[in-house]
Design a protein around this ligand. Structure first.
Ligand code: ZN
Length: 71
């Protein structure tokens, strides 16, 4: 018994990436999957802080209720 079964798995020519590389939303560098859609943790944090600060930066209309108006 000298027959050995060789696994004849079909070899595809190339392994295509799951997704096309996208640019970092912050600095336009190539993104890393771990920090998608950003290139690094730093850019992710920057965007996060920006988003949070923007979310908290609710425009407050200051009205002086007890202030006398001209008219
Ligand atoms: Zn970046």
């Amino acid at each position: 018994m000298t027959e050995t079964k060789k696994p004849t798995a079909p070899q595809s020519a190339e392994i295509l990436p799951l997704r096309a590389p996208r640019r970092c939303a912050n600095c336009s560098k190539e993104t890393v999957r771990a920090f998608y859609p950003f290139c690094s943790k730093r850019c992710k944090d920057v965007d996060l802080h920006r988003w949070l600060s923007g979310a908290y930066a609710i425009p407050v209309v200051e009205r002086d209720a007890g202030n006398d108006e001209d008219e």
